[in-house]
Design a protein around this ligand. Structure first.
Ligand code: SIN
Ligand code: FE2
Length: 215
């Protein structure tokens, strides 16, 4: 049988200095990651946040770790408390920390210890417009992203909002790490196409690990 040319073979891809896609990096831990996500979401359910401008985000979000990223009419911030429950966010599972640290190390950023993890769920049609991750106090540590489930087109912009983004297909298990000179690059996600994934169903999940506090 001829190989399927459109198969998503594991591949690594340098986006620019400091930014790399690690193809399939987390695929071997996919079921354990989804189980852990399920436990977190039982305690801190997904919700659609509102932007400071009053728009409901199409991506549903939750968090684990010392603080969680939230948005409302007052702005964006990291909050130690889930505003929905007034309780602390669920602790970050050891598996999350280990995988994030390994991905960072593979990308050239040793000793990454994340203190926050944003959990994003994209149902078909959900998207994330181009933005920078700049609400963290620690400007040295990289961002580590892990994708699970339905594929998506990741937008990799430059240092300026107006730079025309590259379009990178991210599939189940892929990690993206950006830090150093690429830490504040613009990035986003095109509307996710409809589909069913055997592990996640009709959804794409993305975990982004951040180090918010300087230590
Ligand atoms: C993010 O920028 O927070 C998420 C990126 C992604 O879903 O791939
Ligand atoms: Fe981001």
């Amino acid at each position: 049988m001829l190989p399927d040319l459109f198969d998503d073979a594991p591949r690594d891809l340098m986006l620019e200095p400091g930014a790399v896609v690690l193809g399939g990096f987390a695929a071997g831990h996919d079921a354990a990651l989804m189980d852990a996500i399920g436990v977190i979401l039982d305690a801190a359910p997904l919700r659609h946040l509102v932007t400071p401008g009053g728009w409901r985000m199409s991506v549903a979000m939750s968090n684990c770790g010392r603080v969680g990223w939230v948005s409302d009419r007052r702005g964006y911030r990291y909050d130690p408390v889930d505003p929905e429950s007034s309780r602390a966010w669920p602790a970050m599972p050891g598996l999350f920390k280990t995988i994030a640290a390994r991905a960072a190390e593979a990308a050239g950023f040793p000793a990454f210890v994340p203190d926050a993890c944003l959990i994003n769920r994209y149902e078909p049609g959900a998207r994330l417009s181009l933005h920078q991750d700049r609400d963290e106090e620690d400007r040295e540590a990289p961002i580590v992203s892990i994708s699970l489930g339905l594929p998506a087109t990741f937008l990799w912009g430059g240092q300026k909002r107006g730079d025309r983004p590259r379009r990178i297909r991210l599939t189940h298990g892929d990690a993206v790490v950006w830090g150093g000179p690429a830490r504040f690059a613009f990035h986003g996600v095109d509307p996710v196409a409809d589909g069913i994934h055997s592990l996640t169903g009709r959804a794409r999940f993305n975990l982004t690990f951040r180090k918010v506090f300087r230590s």
